[in-house]
Design a protein around this ligand. Sequence first.
Ligand code: FES
Length: 657
Amino acid sequence: MVQLTINGKQIEAVEGMTVLSAAKRAGIEIPTLCAHKELTPFGGCRLCIVEVQGFRVPIASCTLPVSNGMVINTQSEALSKSRKFILSMLFSERNHFCPFCQVSGGDCDLQNAAYAQNMTHWPMQPGWNKFPVDSSHPYFVLDNNRCILCRRCVRACAEMAGNFTLTMAERGASTLVVADTNVPLGESSCIKCGSCVQVCPTGALIDRTSAYQGHDLAMTEITSVCAGCSVGCGIKLIVHDNRIVRIEGDWDAPVNRGVLCEHGRYDPMNETRTRLTKPLMRKDGKLEPVSWDEALGAVAEKLKPLAGREHDGLAAIASTRLPVEALSMFKELFLDGCKSDMVTSSEEGMTTASAHAVAEKAGAFEGKLDLLRTADVVMCIGANVARSHMVAGFMIKRALPKGTRLINIDPELSELDELANISLKPVKGSDLALVKGMQALIVKEGLGRAFLEILDADKLIAEAVEVCGVSLETLSSAARVLANAVTPVILFGKGVTAQRDEELIAALLDLARLTGVIDSERLGLLSIKGEANSLAAAQLRLESQFVLNGQKAVFAAIGDDFVSKRLVERLGQSPYLVVQAAYASALTERADVVLPVTLWSEQAGHYLNMDGRLQAAAKAVEAPAGIRESTAVLAEIAMRMNMPVKHDWRGEVKILD
Ligand code: FES
């Protein structure tokens, strides 16, 4: 720790910290523009200048490390004059006629910084050249005329998403933000995460959906959780007039620290499916609107006699996007209450069942996503996280330039292939031989950090090379890199878990122990799982394969999820189908009764992310009149079937924090 004085106040700071961070921690605000807490200090705008005793000129505090005995002043007549001069230069350099910019009015950091310095005008003649406006991107517009060259967007693209699409071109006053080799954004390598837009301090990057929808000061900001995949990113919902105007990453969320992916940020804003607003019942072959009483009465009357029957009873299936509350109630009603022999989730345990089964025998072994921040080697097997769980993919991608090495094992084409230090393309379904081959190589070369009995290493290595179709050289490199790592992490995904092969998971567990991925201090093996509540569904025992075996009816609690064609075909074979859903789909078209329910943003609930973190999602908007929450519908059906549910979900899921 070092001691310093800021504005006469004695402060203790951690060595390596910047003066800006130390001041902030002590409650002293210094004006900034280019600095951002999730980005590496850049020192471009100079607004954060401070006076340091012994220094001839003011110094930018965002790049100045603290040192013992430093005496700093953050406010003075001279500093205020300099800051006004800096801001005047910025305003005059490009088109910053704020009243005509859509982020003006409380949302623009440049404008706010000027107001904070009591500026009402700037004394310099504007003298800028016209810059092109790039409107080729589907989600945002890049207007270099409003850019202050702070490079927050460029740094966010590299440091948050690990994508390196944005960069700077030209020099001096002509400098501008471009994508790749100056191609239109819409044709660039942008992965549409929107991080650049979220960090832009002016109107240079403008969100298409929320532009001109009103100032942020007039909006309500609601902290919640993304109900997309099992990463469980924290989000801020910007709401106006009962409508979500924009979704932003929550800078304080422990999982994602502000970064989001395209699916979390933009998909909900571009929903095109038709909303269901009334209960429907099939009458004379056609779905007709009916009252809730009629629909629920008909469902209860049909399902009640089927409860408790072994094979000709009822089957039930629920989406893993539903909150834990709804999943738990669903399980209580159909599995515990009706004792149905086919109660599962829409993922059918594809991402969880085999790992869950091994964990039950071997004890819990899965680790935390957070370990990716410090991993020196990451091995991804059957997990194209850059596509399926993009924010987890960002965690890997942004670590690579810092020296983290990536081993990617995937028979399918993967975005990670070209980023990986070692890429293995084994024959589909040969993962077990490959993992055993790696184990054998490590044991044979004496690189193991724990004992693993291997009787005939040469045979296993030869088998791996032959069965997997990979070269001995590549397999050996992968094994050595993993074995020599200090803080290795193994991620396995659907490519592995969908094989439902417990022996394969057990072999991965052995490999993890052998290489120090798992030891007494670290659990570095993690399955990627599926949608938002995959893990909760597994813990609620909703992970069987869905097979219709003479059941007389199916209840499908889909919520706002998409339904695969394959599932529609299987569910459509049921003699009687009840679908509880938010949107019309090929499945609701086949239903006998359709019950319209709320979306993720219209209900409060909990989600258990892939590493067992229980997070609360908030209700952000009211559902259209007449639509009920999934829990309310399930509770009503249970009551009408004389099987009231307790709704005690907290005892049903295990938080792994
Ligand atoms: Fe320090 Fe911009 S905030 S130079």
